[in-house]
Design a protein around this ligand. Structure first.
Ligand code: IPM
Ligand code: MG
Length: 347
């Protein structure tokens, strides 16, 4: 790559612009001039400006970039049950699909300094270090939708190829074990999922341990003994739900970063797992750490710059160890103070 890396910046809605500004500040302090950020209107903001959550131009700009860094989308202003009304989330789903990003990585670590911020007991969560590998471009999110006055349906479909490729991501990321999540006692897609994961395991990754866990049981195991998990492999909807649940191990959903990858010929997408938090938007209260940690994932997975990524992650951990707590973690630090605390550790 010659010159500065080009990053498409999608602040989005609610607290999105606030947490994105914070991540950009951290990036420019750590490696000035190495990344160039080009902002794009996205989500609800784009519905207001253009009538759609993502224009073709925005998608094209993201495709042409080396990476995409996103804040959050959505808000009460655009919430509607009218199937024909544009929704901010359509932008996000269209972007993931449009960039071919089928693999969503959501690492969940119990940070020692934060064990008291979690609603779960310390002895249960201490030592948790797991990765949710969520299939991101298939399943019920993208199946045909129908709506009449008296019924509605969402189709859940998976092909063998879609399951094979996400299974490979999970097995490659595993240090010891993959827990593959399904509902094979009820769903046909889950039976296919289980069959394909079992075959990919036997043929390509026999040294990694594999277990199959029904999703309802997994939800329970995740709060009772989260330390048993290494990699949690899940289809789109199950992965969405389990990753929010797993966030509480870290104390707040404001802590969880994510990377969406899978297309070797295009950019990855890096975004916090949390939403746009309209209730605290514009007040400077948002926790920027999930977005700062997503920046670190961008440096690692998007550019192979492991040292930069570790520097950002260590600065976040050190700031927390020094007592940094935003409101979601039971403290009163503002977004600006949280950013300053991370910058101080970087310096
Ligand atoms: C997430 C979010 C999105 C999803 C929403 C905003 C569409 O919850 O990234 O987890 O369901 O994928
Ligand atoms: Mg979610």
């Amino acid at each position: 790559m010659s010159g500065a890396a080009q990053v498409a910046l999608l602040p989005g809605d609610g607290i999105g612009p606030e947490v994105i500004a914070s991540a950009v500040e951290v990036c420019e302090a750590l490696c000035p001039g190495e990344y160039e950020f080009e902002p794009q209107i996205f989500g609800g903001a784009s519905i207001d400006a253009n009538g759609v959550a993502m224009t073709d131009e925005t998608l094209a700009a993201c495709r042409a970039a080396d990476a995409v860094l996103l804040g959050a989308v959505g808000g009460p202003k655009w919430d509607s049950t009218d199937p024909s009304a544009p929704r901010p989330e359509q932008g996000l789903l269209g972007l993931r699909k449009g960039l071919g990003l089928y693999a969503n990585l959501r690492p969940v670590k119990a940070i020692e300094a934060l064990v008291d911020a979690s609603p779960l007991r310390e002895e249960r969560i201490s030592g948790t270090d797991l990765l949710v590998v969520r299939e991101l471009t298939g399943g019920i999110y993208f199946g045909e939708k129908k709506r009449t006055d008296t019924m509605a349906s969402d189709l859940c479909e998976y092909s063998v190829l879609e399951v094979e490729r996400i299974a490979r991501v999970a097995f490659s990321a595993a240090r010891s074990k993959v827990s593959s999540i399904d509902k094979a006692n009820v769903l046909e897609t889950s039976r296919l999922w289980r069959e394909v994961v079992t075959r990919v395991h036997a043929e390509e990754f026999p040294d990694v341990e594999l277990e199959h866990v029904l999703v309802d049981n997994a939800a329970m195991q995740l709060v009772s003994t989260p330390t048993q998990f290494d990699v949690i492999l899940a289809e789109n909807l199950f992965g969405d739900i389990l990753s929010d649940e797993a966030a509480m191990i870290t104390g707040s959903i404001g802590m969880l970063p994510s990377a969406s990858i899978g297309n070797p010929d295009g950019p990855g997408l890096f975004e916090p797992v949390h939403g746009s938090a309209p209730d605290i938007a514009g007040q400077g209260l948002a926790n920027p750490l999930a977005t700062i940690l997503s920046l670190a994932m961008m440096m690692r997975h998007g550019f192979g710059r492991e040292q930069q990524a570790s520097a950002v992650e260590s600065a976040v951990a050190a700031a927390l160890a020094c007592g940094l707590r935003t409101a979601d973690l039971g403290g009163d630090a503002s977004t600006e103070q949280a950013t300053a605390a991370v910058l101080a550790e970087l310096a």
